[in-house]
Ligand binder design. Structure first.
Ligand code: LR7
Ligand code: MN
Length: 687
């Protein structure tokens, strides 16, 4: 009895200890597990919240709205809310939130593009999209557009086969190193660079959207800890990228079918080509996707019948409108085709205009848009402009869809071989905020041995905004300062023409140090700006090149100078103003060798006078208007007489100073004894 009792006691003691340990263990486990699950729960709750918001977003979308790229309209209260959002954000965000993230677009490409075969083996692309406080739905639509238009399973995806040299076998592998089953044959990655946005929906919600709605392992989001501006944000994206080619996009773009391959193919064939797509317009108010130049309208017609002259005359006699428009009876007009014509005729009564004529196929009624796109130019004020493709370039490129040389690029949408990007000096990392980097890179490309080309089969739409919805660092003029940095490094003596517009920036310490960029220019043995003007952009009017005289045009008897008086607008009268001691932009005019009296973009011509079309009235004379130079022989030709008079060749009238500062000049019958008709030019062959 004794022993078993003792044993029993021990057994019980042991049991109790064991039970205690077990209880403690389970309690601990429970405690730990509980803790873990609250964390998971919290995370889940946040995700659920994002999910809920995203589902709400998706429920808001109106099927079919804006589909095909047509203008989207809302009515009533929704319309008002839309307009309000556009006023505040420069984009109709309320509307954007209601248009499908992956809407389709009408295909505006030249039909010849659909017949091009691209190599099966193309360089891989890293698409870099930077953003600061861009509207969420617009960013998501941009991402979808890139993803969709780079899929191999799209109907348009056809390619030339890749022949393996070793085995002689025909293969379709995509590019080397890529999983051949991946649907994104040449899209390596999309890198989103968040330039320190403050909008909450661009943080967790956007990440959640990407994680749950978009293909895995394709999209990275880089969150910058500080706001660095667009140049440095792009640099950050480029450092991160691993694809063969860098493709930069603004965060409000939609690509046309197959927009990426034509650029990759060109870079493969010519690695030092930096390429841009044709940039189409997505209207900020209604998301209408239209071809690049909104002024270009399209009237389509199929075939021309003969012998219609008499019928037209009869019609013209009966017409009562201000303007006669003749159309064949088998035309289809593009959007807003009429107003550009009427607008032009209002400014220039004697203009006879033809629209851009597209072709409608007579059997299929397929509309083939006449190829029209513009390339990049610049002004000495440091701004990007659109220019027509020069005639000599049309000859050189050989075909409407061939790579077309462009003197500059807009800056936001381009593709470039990644190694070449770094070799060529990437970006000037001391450029802040917005602006300037586009001309800097354009000049650098050309001057240092590359080419800048528009690839016509690649078209991407961009939402053009009328103002920046985001603030820029401390309201500094980053565009001016960045442009001055560019001018200091790349423009040689021509930098003076920039400083003429910005005397405040001359020798301004705000510009900062550019030594390292000058060293880069030296190292790459780049050519001069003069070379650029002479070889790349011959058509550019340079106020000191190919001119008979330039500078101030002084009327000695009054001490007044010709002055554009900072008047903006399509056609603004030329006036006079007391001469400035130093040359300033509004008084900087040239008399070109072809006889134009002009500033950088506008030429003096006479206003049409209804009363007396050929003679200047004895009274007020005819007004002299500054209008866009047309480089045709008519109307904009002047000559400088030995009597120091400026004579308008066509009308034989002479330029006469206005009576007081700020007055308009006039063209009047030439009188040798009229002191108001005498002009002295600062720099000319005579002086
Ligand atoms: O501080 C900033 N940080 C940014 O990340 C300021 C802007 N950004 C982002 C912004 O969210 C956007 O995605 O940078 C991108 C470009 O800014 P936008 O869209 O306000 O510029 P933009 O389209 O008005 O201006 C054009 O010129 C700029 C000069 O610095 C840039 O080069 C833009 O990329 C360029 N856009 C285009 O080329 C599109 C075609 C427009 C034309 C002509
Ligand atoms: Mn933009």
């Amino acid at each position: 009895m004794h022993l078993p009792l003792r044993k029993c006691y021990h057994v019980i003691k042991l049991g109790i200890v064991l039970v205690l340990i077990l209880t403690i263990l389970t309690l601990f486990e429970q405690w730990r597990g509980g803790k873990r699950s609250t964390r998971a729960q919290e995370l889940e709750m946040v995700q659920d919240e994002f999910e809920k918001q995203i589902l709400e977003d998706e429920a808001r979308i109106i099927p079919g709205l804006g589909e095909g790229g047509v203008a989207a309209h809302l009515v009533g209260e929704a319309k008002r809310l839309g307009e309000e959002s556009e006023k505040a954000l420069a984009i109709n965000v309320y509307l954007s939130d209601r248009i499908a993230y992956n809407r389709t677009l009408r295909d505006y490409r030249n039909p010849a593009c659909t017949r091009v075969l691209y190599d099966a083996e193309l360089p891989s692309a890293s698409v870099i999209i930077i953003f600061h406080n861009e509207p969420y739905s617009v960013v998501v639509r941009t991402i979808w557009s890139v993803v969709n238009s780079a899929r191999r399973d799209q109907p348009w995806y056809r390619h030339a086969n890749f022949v393996d040299r070793a085995s002689g076998k025909t293969m379709n592998l995509g590019y080397p190193g890529q999983d051949p089953t991946s649907p994104f044959v040449y899209l390596k990655e999309i890198i989103l660079v968040d330039d320190n946005s403050t909008l909450p929906e661009l943080k967790g919600k956007l990440s959640h959207y990407i994680r749950t709605r978009l293909p895995p392992d394709l999209i990275r989001v880089l969150r910058l800890p500080d706001r660095v501006g667009l140049t440095k944000a792009r640099l950050a994206g480029a450092r991160y990228a691993v694809g063969d080619v860098l493709v930069f996009l603004d965060a409000h773009c939609e690509g046309q079918p197959d927009w990426l391959r034509p650029m990759l193919q060109r870079i493969k064939d010519s690695p030092k080509s930096v390429v841009v797509p044709i940039i189409d317009v997505i209207e900020s108010g209604n998301f209408y996707y239209s071809v690049q130049d909104p002024e270009v309208f399209q009237v389509a017609r199929c075939f021309h019948r003969q012998g219609l002259m008499r019928a037209r005359m009869t019609g013209a006699r009966a017409a009562r409108g201000d303007v006669l428009i003749f159309l064949d009876a088998h035309c289809e007009a593009g959007a807003d085709w009429l107003r550009p014509l009427l607008q032009r005729i209002r400014h220039k009564r004697d203009a006879v205009l033809t629209p851009l004529i597209d072709v409608v196929d007579q059997t299929t009624f397929q509309l083939d848009a006449a190829e029209h796109f513009q390339v990049g130019g610049f002004t000495f004020m440091g701004h990007f402009t659109w220019i027509e493709v020069p005639e000599r370039e049309k000859k050189r490129r050989g075909s409407d869809i061939a790579p077309t040389w462009s003197p500059t690029m807009a800056g936001g949408l381009f593709a470039m071989n990644r190694a070449y990007y770094w070799e060529l000096g990437a970006y000037d990392e001391q450029m802040a905020g917005w602006g300037g980097e586009n001309l800097e890179m354009s000049f650098r490309i050309w001057q240092c041995g590359g080419t800048l080309e528009t690839i016509p089969c690649s078209r991407v739409g961009h939402v053009f905004r009328s103002f920046h919805p985001y603030g820029l660092p401390a309201h500094t003029d980053t565009h001016g300062i960045n442009t001055a940095r560019m001018a200091e490094v790349w423009m040689d003596d021509y930098a003076e023409l920039f400083y003429l517009h910005r005397p405040d920036l001359r020798n301004n310490p705000k510009i900062g140090d550019v030594t390292h960029r000058r060293i880069l220019r030296e190292k790459l043995q780049c050519k001069s700006f003069q070379w650029y003007l002479d070889h790349v952009y011959k058509e550019k009017f340079v106020p000191v090149r190919d001119v008979y005289g330039f500078g101030r045009f002084t009327n000695p008897s009054s001490g007044l100078c010709l002055d554009t008086l900072q008047r903006e607008g399509e056609a603004s009268p030329l006036g006079v103003y007391p001469c400035h001691d130093t040359l300033q932009a509004t008084q900087y005019l040239s008399l070109s060798l072809s006889g134009e009296l002009r500033d950088e973009e506008k030429c003096a011509e006479l206003q049409y006078s209804r009363r007396n079309p050929d003679e200047g009235g004895e009274g007020e004379g005819r007004k002299v208007l500054m209008v866009t130079c047309h480089e045709k022989d008519r109307g904009q030709k002047w000559r400088y007489l030995s009597s120091k008079q400026l004579q308008h060749v066509e009308s034989q009238l002479c330029l006469e100073a206005g009576p007081q500062p700020g007055a308009d000049v006039a063209a009047r019958p030439c009188r040798r004894d009229a002191p108001a008709q005498r002009w002295r030019i600062d720099y000319s062959e005579d002086n």
